[in-house]
Each structure stands twice: as C-alpha cells, then as structure tokens.
Design a binder for this molecule. Structure first.
Ligand code: NAP
Length: 286
C-alpha cells in the first residue's frame, strides 16, 4: 500500500527554544557582569503532585543551565490560601527575587486566583496575573502567558502572516487558549474560539487558516478536518507524548505543523527564561 508523502513542514520548537535560551543565557551573563547579580526565579510548589514536581524540576534545571538562579519553595498540601498568599507576597517584596512561578494546580482547598494575584506584576514572568492578562489584552508591554507567547514566537519564526487570516483556537483556558486568541487578535487575525460547548466543531476547524489545538485530548483533531495548507499548532501534551492533533493525518493537509514532542512544549520554558531575564534587567535598571 502506498501512502501520500507528507506535505507539511514541521515547525522545530526545540531548535527555536534553544536559540531563545542561548540569548537569555548571554543576557543573564551580561547582567551578572554589569551588576554582580544574576537573575533569580522563585518557584513555588504546593503538595507533591508527581507531574508538578517534574515540571518544576525541569524549569529549575533549565534555569541553572542558562545562568539563572532558582529559589525553590516547597509547601505542604495542607497549606492554606492565607499561608500561600503570605509566602508569595514575601517573594514579591524580596529584591533578590526577580521572577515568581507558582506551579499550577495548587490543590483543591486553595484560592488559586488569590495566590496568583499576590505575585507583583513586575515579577509575573509566567504571565498569570490579571495585570498581565489586561496588559496583553490592551496590547501594552508586559509579561505574556508562556505557552501562548511561545506559540507566537513559533509563528513569527516561520514567517506566518496572520493579518486577515482566520485563526481558530480550540480551547479557552486562562493560561493557554484564551490568551493565545487575544495575541492572535492583536496581530490582526480574525479569531474564533471553540470549546466543549461549541456546536459543529469540525465546521469551525475546517475553516481555519491557522489552527491552535489546546484541548487536552489525544489526537482529537483529525487530518480530514484540516483545511489544505493550514498552519497547525498543537499545544496539547497528553500521556504517551501525544498531541491534540492526529499528526499522521494532519501532516498530509497542513503547510506547517508543530510535532509533539518538540513543537510548542520546549517553547514554554524558553519564554519563561527569557521573561525572567527581562524582569531582572528591568528591576536592576539595566
Ligand atoms: P484545560 O484547562 O483542561 O482546557 C481545555 C480546553 O479544551 C477547555 O477550554 C475545554 O472547554 C476545551 N475542550 C475540552 N473538551 C473539548 C471538546 N470535546 N471540544 C472542544 N473543546 C473542548 O487545558 P489547558 O491547560 O488549556 O491545556 C490544554 C492542553 O495543552 C493539554 O494537553 C495540556 O497538557 C497542554 N499544555 C501544554 C503546555 C506546554 O507547555 N506545551 C502548557 C499548558 C498546557 P471548556 O472551557 O468548555 O471546558
């Protein structure tokens, strides 16, 4: 049996993330040389959820490799909202800390929004506060949510012209789908959001010039629904290293596509590192 040859060019997030990280490392070294201080990212983890422990460790290791110090705060699962807010407020006021990352999710008993809002806007390098979200919505300078920020960098690196294009975002979470749509709108795309209550999802997907899959369901979007020549960004990361798009069928329809792994995933941490160095430079006045 013969298969049609793939037509889509893969978008190499690993290579782009490496370049962004190298620049962040060079900037961190320059900052250390000029001020005697290296950037410092505080990571806050509540409880011991294995996936969260792994994510935080990975972020710390990447920081270390880029010359960014990390300060880890591990809190027990019994932590109250008040205790977590007090811890984050302390980090917000600590001049030796330039960026703060509160690992999501924080557990059922805690008011996560209150905890996020305790992050000082100038240290919100993960782009999770209402301040950062509003700045992004208004198109003002600020820190963006790292995964959508990484998606935009990938689109730019591959010269995807967004003006007047129909971008369809499947998923509307506060950290991914919603900000991704706002960033695309800010770049003059015509944006449609889809979610679990959307009627006739396939019809919307078929209309997409640029498709952002941010659902959290393995191989949920099939190639048959992808408009020939579309740009497909798969932000999904499901057990078994599987994305939200069925890669094998999508690659035969799309013009550009992110693989999983190696597409959006590495970009998230790269943007986090970049934003941490930027926060340190701003706070140190360099
Ligand atoms: P989430 O908070 O669970 O949101 C999932 C979104 O998908 C929701 O808006 C939901 O709609 C929508 N959805 C669920 N079922 C649907 C259906 N049948 N049809 C249409 N929409 C549907 O997830 P998330 O945090 O945004 O993450 C999404 C995916 O991205 C996951 O695979 C996650 O692992 C991955 N991710 C990757 C990175 C990275 O660094 N690469 C970072 C973050 C997340 P409702 O709003 O109606 O419920």
């Amino acid at each position: 049996m013969t298969h049609p040859s793939p037509t889509a060019r893969p978008m190499d997030g690993t290579a782009l993330a490496r370049r962004i990280t190298e620049t962040a490392a060079a900037d961190a070294a320059e900052l250390q040389r000029r001020t005697g201080t290296s950037p410092c990212l505080a990571t806050v983890l509540v409880g011991e959820d294995p996936a969260s422990v792994t994510y935080v460790r990975m972020k710390q290791r990447r920081c270390e490799k880029a010359g960014i110090r990390s300060r880890h705060v591990a809190l027990p699962a019994t932590t109250t909202t008040e205790e977590l807010v007090a811890t984050i407020t302390g980090l917000s006021q600590d001049p030796d800390v330039h960026g703060i990352l509160l690992q999501h999710p924080v557990g059922p008993g805690i008011d996560e929004r209150a905890a996020f809002e305790a992050i000082a806007p100038d240290k919100d390098v993960d782009g999770v506060t209402m301040h950062s979200f509003a700045a992004m919505g208004f198109g003002l300078p600020g820190f963006v949510s790292c995964t959508p920020g990484g998606i935009m960098r990938l689109l730019d690196a591959y010269d995807v012209d967004l003006t007047g294009k129909h971008a369809v975002v499947v998923g509307r979470s506060a950290i991914l789908g919603k900000p991704a749509g706002l960033l695309l709108l800010g770049r003059d795309a015509t944006v449609t959001y889809c979610h679990s209550r959307t009627a006739d999802l396939s019809a919307h997907v078929r209309a997409a010039d640029v498709l952002i899959a941010a659902v959290g369901r393995p191989r949920f979007i099939r190639g048959a629904d992808i408009k020939p020549g579309a740009v497909v960004i798969d932000a999904g990361y499901n057990p078994g290293n599987v994305g939200d798009v069925d890669f094998d069928s999508a690659v035969e329809r799309a013009s550009l596509i992110t693989p999983v792994p190696g597409g959006v995933g590495p970009m998230t941490i790269a943007v986090l590192l970049e934003q941490t160095v930027r926060a340190a430079r701003q706070q140190l006045g360099v």
